[in-house]
Design a protein around this ligand. Structure first.
Ligand code: SF4
Length: 433
């Protein structure tokens, strides 16, 4: 028997035994998760298959083969332990060389120049990396190349000017009613295009009580702040106790209406989403999550399970995607990604033009590429699937939305509009009578 998940327009078959290994955390009888219906994913045939959302014993075929080859003594239970995944991250050139054939540009990133961002890839995410194709999208996002060390015109280490808007260390106050709180600079997997590569992975931002109390004091003294985005680094790399303390401290501040967590964990370390974690998180509603998915190949059975658990805990999920050259800068890839996200109950939220951080030229596309993608999506797919395409203005101007020109102009008292099929329509403005 097999259950089937549609991934990137392909069928991914998971042996039923892979979802039935008895090494997941026991379901909590009091938790709605235990009682929730399983995630259902329609097959091409129209038959509905059931996918056990609460089970942690999932192992996709790619991960199973990878584990067998490089971690033969590791059980499924250990493989699905997020702390094992974190401690066994791929962090050195020597480890990489055992798993993939490096191109000259990739090797040179280690031997000829130092890249700003450290190497870090979970074994799970490494199982998605092509061993022999340096142009594979997932590989481009996590394996450094020499191009990262090039500084081209207009680039900066802190293009969004976050450091200048930081009233206390690790807190950025850019918009009037919301702040960004950086908990730590640690991620399980480092994205080569990271906007905060100047700080992330450097061991400079710690979740220390002293620093965080200063941040909480600032928020307490600033009643305009109604929304706190917790980010980093990846906040979900903290243990439950520390995270619960942060959330409870924020909940004690009466004017903080909502808390958001920004995380890439469901894509790079879905094993981190455990019943223990979601039981804790759901105590701090209204809690929202901004996930970070980049390519449809990240939408594995493991990622489906992680998102299902979060959604079942009542956490609204959105995804922020960075538009990246050679990764997702074409309509077919972006369409596959946003459709997969909707099936995972994740609303595509923002599509970011890649920030001009130092060494990002090989990742950045012309703005017209993003506009073409939006033009190819709007009208051709569900409105819920459409992210807002934005540029985060260099210098700290905030997000500026970009749209293809749907307003053509005015004709007498009518607005002339172009629809998704390139046809013109006139909308009569109300008269002043
Ligand atoms: S997960 Fe986020 S913070 Fe961490 S390296 Fe990737 S983009 Fe940067």
């Amino acid at each position: 028997m097999q259950v089937t998940i549609k991934r990137n327009e392909q069928q991914v078959c998971v042996p039923a035994s892979a979802t039935q290994e008895g090494d997941d955390e026991p379901p909590d009888p009091g938790s709605c998760l235990a009682a929730m219906p399983a995630l259902t994913v329609p097959k091409h045939s129209g038959r509905i298959v059931r996918f056990p959302a609460h089970r942690a014993g999932i192992l996709s075929p790619a991960a199973r083969a990878f584990r067998k080859k490089y971690f033969p003594g590791i059980t499924t239970k250990l493989w699905n332990d997020w702390q094992w995944q974190t401690s066994n991250r791929i962090r050195t050139l020597a480890q990489l060389e055992k798993m993939i054939v490096l191109s000259d540009a990739e090797r040179a990133a280690f031997t000829q120049a130092a890249t700003t961002l450290p190497l870090g890839i979970t074994p799970y995410y490494m199982s998605l990396v092509s061993p022999d194709n340096p142009d594979q999208p997932i590989r481009r996002t996590v394996i450094p190349t020499l191009q990262e060390t090039l500084h081209t015109a207009g680039e900066a280490d802190d293009p969004l000017g976050e450091d200048a808007m930081s009233p206390v260390p690790g807190l950025v106050h850019r918009y009037p009613d919301r702040v960004l709180l950086l908990l730590s600079d640690f991620c399980s997997t480092y994205c080569r295009y990271c906007t905060r590569s100047r700080v992330v992975g450097h061991g400079a931002i710690h979740p220390s009580r002293n620093r965080l109390e200063r941040a909480f004091a600032y928020i307490e003294q600033t009643p305009a702040v109604r929304d706190v985005l917790i980010s980093g680094g990846d906040p979900l790399m903290l243990g439950e106790e520390k995270l619960a303390w942060v959330l409870s401290r924020l909940r004690q501040i009466p004017h903080v209406e909502i808390v958001r967590i920004g995380t890439k964990v469901p894509a790079v370390l879905p094993q981190r989403i455990t019943q223990r974690l979601v039981r804790m998180l759901r105590q701090y509603h209204p809690l929202w999550m901004s996930l970070h998915f980049t390519h449809p190949d990240e939408c594995t059975p493991e990622a489906y399970r992680a998102c299902a658990m979060l959604a079942d805990a009542g956490i609204p999920l959105g995804s922020q995607t960075v538009l990246l050259k050679g990764v997702n800068d074409n309509l077919d890839t972006m369409r596959a990604l946003i459709h997969n996200l909707l099936k995972m109950r994740v609303r595509p939220y923002y599509l970011y033009q890649c920030d001009p951080i130092t060494g990002s030229a090989h990742f950045r596309t012309p703005v017209e590429t993003g506009l073409d993608i939006i033009r190819g999506l709007r009208g051709f797919t569900s409105g819920y699937a459409l992210p807002t395409y934005v540029i985060d203005a260099p210098g700290g101007g905030g997000k500026i939305p970009l749209m293809p020109d749907y307003v053509v102009g005015r004709e007498n008292d009518a607005l002339v509009l172009r629809n998704y099929e390139n046809k013109l329509y006139r909308y009569p403005e109300p008269c002043n009578c």
